[in-house]
Design a protein around this ligand. Structure first.
Ligand code: AMP
Length: 312
């Protein structure tokens, strides 16, 4: 029987980024967390994108998303300018500073989920104001799985609203610094225990080139980052990770613990394409076939060939 995949609803920022990288400066690069997540998820499953762009957003970007199987019915076009972010990276790409953030049309954004998208099975709440994340949760029918991201700005600025979001989230996907800030614990195992108490039954802590950890019911699972010779731009890698994750869960229709473990390899593989190019350029070029090849190499990389039982 032909299997119809579940669809993914992605809500978040669509942006133009100015990027100052060790390899050069790049202006007006297509970015935004929801763009990265949608492109990654679309390698595996149908995606519905909800966000806002301005009058300056090229029609060609919208048709590119459409060609990737991203339904942009919920991508509003407002008068004004698209959200803009300007970042500068250190020479080893290990750190970056935000030089400028212009909310533009994002400042007055109120997410409106099209009626046809309210029954999406998998919901990815990107890093936006927790009040908006709550508005999205009110508009959707109970999804199979609610996945959310957040950032330091909301953790310190809107702790109460964020608390309400966390109570409704099944799987929180954040980086290690955010986990420490949210929990007040430096040790990640202790941080995970604290975060579980706030709501999310499942937690993924992303550690960039050091991989990602999944915490659920006292168990810990680890997936490495895929080793690469050439890393050009880590912008959006975390969002791409979340996109690969939800794409796999939607495609398989299986949101069990074992499926989330497998999904983490897809997440990490998708993120490896993201960092190979400036902005979304490499991710845009990546095909399902490319993903298949990388997943196979990934599987081989972590295959220990049998049992790890203590030899006697
Ligand atoms: P990441 O590297 O995962 O932090 O994602 C980078 C992307 O997030 C860039 O494409 C930015 O346009 C977008 N971004 C940066 N700051 C914000 C913000 N305050 N709210 C929403 N999106 C943002």
């Amino acid at each position: 029987m032909h299997h119809t995949p579940n669809s993914v609803l992605v809500v978040g920022s669509v942006a133009f980024d100015d990027l100052e990288m060790p390899s050069g400066s790049f202006k007006d690069v297509l970015g935004g967390a929801a763009t990265y997540s949608s492109l990654a998820a679309s390698l595996l499953a149908p995606v519905r994108l909800v966000g806002v762009v301005g009058a300056d957003f090229a029609e060609s970007h919208i048709s590119m998303l459409g060609a990737h199987g991203v339904d942009t019915t919920g991508l509003e076009r407002a008068s004004g300018k698209t959200f803009r972010w300007h970042g500068r990276y250190s020479s080893d790409l290990a750190s970056r500073e935000s030089l400028d953030t212009q909310l533009n049309v994002f400042a007055d954004f109120r997410p409106k989920i099209p009626a046809a998208h309210r029954a999406s099975e998998i919901l990815l709440l990107g890093n936006i104001h927790p009040a908006l994340q709550l508005e999205v949760l009110e508009q959707v029918e109970r999804p199979k799985l609610v996945i959310s991201d957040t950032m330091n700005f909301w953790i310190s600025g809107e702790p109460e609203l964020l608390g309400k979001v966390l109570a409704k989230v099944d799987l929180l996907v954040i980086n290690d610094e955010e986990a420490r800030q949210l929990s007040g614990e430096h040790n990640l195992l202790k941080a995970a225990r604290e975060i579980h108490k706030r709501g999310p039954r499942r937690l993924i802590i992303k550690r960039g080139e050091h991989g990602a950890l999944l915490f659920e019911e006292g168990s810990v699972f680890f997936v490495p980052a895929f080793p690469l010779e050439s890393v050009l731009d880590p912008t959006g890698a975390g969002d791409t990770f979340a996109g690969g994750l939800v794409g796999y869960l939607a495609k398989t229709g299986d949101v069990s613990h074992a499926s989330v473990r497998r999904a983490m390899f897809y997440a990490s593989a998708a993120a490896s394409f993201c960092v190979e190019g400036i902005g979304t350029e490499r991710l845009v070029q990546a095909t399902r076939g490319d993903l298949g090849v990388r997943i196979e190499a990934f599987g081989a990389m972590v295959d220990y060939g049998g049992s790890l039982a203590l030899p006697h």
